[in-house]
Ligand binder design. Structure first.
Ligand code: SAM
Ligand code: SF4
Length: 331
């Protein structure tokens, strides 16, 4: 029998992000601390375990949307097989990737049923890319975005906007929507363990929109229900853009997302400090359904229990952050 996952704030959950590996072939400053340690292979969920847990979420709990992420999902040798498994569950399926090796995997991913892809790119400047990601890669990522568009995938480009780092490139990214039928998402810089966050480093939603509006005629588009992003288009241009305003205007009231880390820990919020170990219970042969339900019921009203990200709350936010860096949560 199907049962909705409803929390005490009356939110029904339909969306699951699954991190399939915590390793990454880039080391973005805003995501991964320099001294990050990675899980051992046997600590990761196997392909079969991912399929078993995902099937339970879909068939028993009515999850309709799955996004695979990491770390970098494509560093996992069986990533394409996992995409195929998820695709067979009949959900709306997406993959978030840094696209460093997407060219090699694209045919396989499309054949496995992938239609939606989110690709992270924070700059159009190769030197700046190297500074932000601590590795070379701009040319590869840029070429992969164009290739994915050519091959008919629905492409979203994620840009984390950081004051003094890449905020001067917002208009360049908006212009990308003139040249391509792509959806660019400007993401406010969020606080995670070891990422040197400071409220003053957040280039805000209001600032982004003010800047874009000062140059272009911008139309507001309808946002999908439960969308984390506020969508716009420059009038007459084929592509669209959106802002994810987690820091200055969080959207927790509508949140329908749950998360699973690469080692099978369930999290009900990006910012929570509480996790439920589904994988160990599954390996012991226990029923994980009661664990899932209890995890959802414990979901905080907002931001995993952190205070609002106001400048005067910065110390409190930094003190109360989860110990997990973003790279091991899976965004
Ligand atoms: N490696 C893949 C990638 O980069 O797309 C998937 C994992 S990555 C953690 C998922 C998304 O989280 C990326 O779009 C990344 O830009 C975003 N992200 C990471 N750290 C962030 C932060 N501190 N604030 C906002 N977004 C962040
Ligand atoms: Fe790796 Fe993605 Fe994090 Fe960059 S944002 S370090 S590519 S997981």
């Amino acid at each position: 029998m199907k049962k909705d996952l409803v929390d005490t704030h009356n939110r029904t959950h339909r969306s699951l992000r699954i991190s399939i590996v915590d390793k990454c072939d880039l080391r973005c400053t805003y995501c991964m601390p320099e001294d990050q340690h990675f899980l051992k292979r046997e600590e990761l969920m196997t392909r079969e375990e991912i399929a078993t847990i995902a099937r339970l979420f879909v068939e028993r709990y009515g999850i309709t949307k799955i996004r695979l992420t990491g770390g970098e999902p494509l560093v996992r040798p069986d990533a394409v097989d996992i995409v195929r498994d998820m695709s067979r569950l009949g959900v709306s399926l997406g993959l978030t990737t840094n696209a460093m090796t997407l060219d090699k995997h694209l045919d396989g991913l499309i054949a496995a049923g992938l239609k939606n892809i989110n690709i992270s790119l924070d700059t159009f400047d190769a030197e700046r890319f190297k500074k932000i990601s601590r590795r070379d890669g701009f040319d590869k990522v840029h070429a992969s975005i164009l290739l994915a568009l050519q091959r008919g995938l629905r492409v979203k480009v994620n840009m984390v906007v950081m004051r003094g780092v890449n905020d001067d490139e917002i208009l360049r990214f908006v212009e990308f929507t003139r040249d391509h039928d792509v959806h660019v998402r400007f993401i406010e810089f969020m606080p995670f363990a070891g990422n040197h966050w400071g409220r003053e480093r957040v280039y805000t939603y209001a600032e982004m929109l003010g800047h874009i509006n000062s140059v272009h005629t911008v139309e507001k588009l309808n946002d999908d229900p439960h969308s984390t992003a506020k969508a716009y288009r420059v009038s007459g241009w084929p592509g669209t853009f959106a802002v994810i305003s987690t820091v200055t205007e969080p959207f927790c009231g509508d949140c329908d997302r749950l998360r699973l880390t690469a080692e099978g820990k369930m999290r009900n919020c990006l910012f929570t400090r509480e996790e439920t170990d589904l994988l160990s219970a599954l390996r012991r042969g226990e029923d994980i359904a009661p664990l899932i339900e209890a995890n959802v019921l414990a979901k905080h009203a907002m931001l995993g229990g952190l205070p609002l990200f106001k400048p005067e709350k910065q110390e409190e936010v930094l003190h109360d952050l989860s110990e997990r860096p973003m790279v091991s949560i899976g965004g």
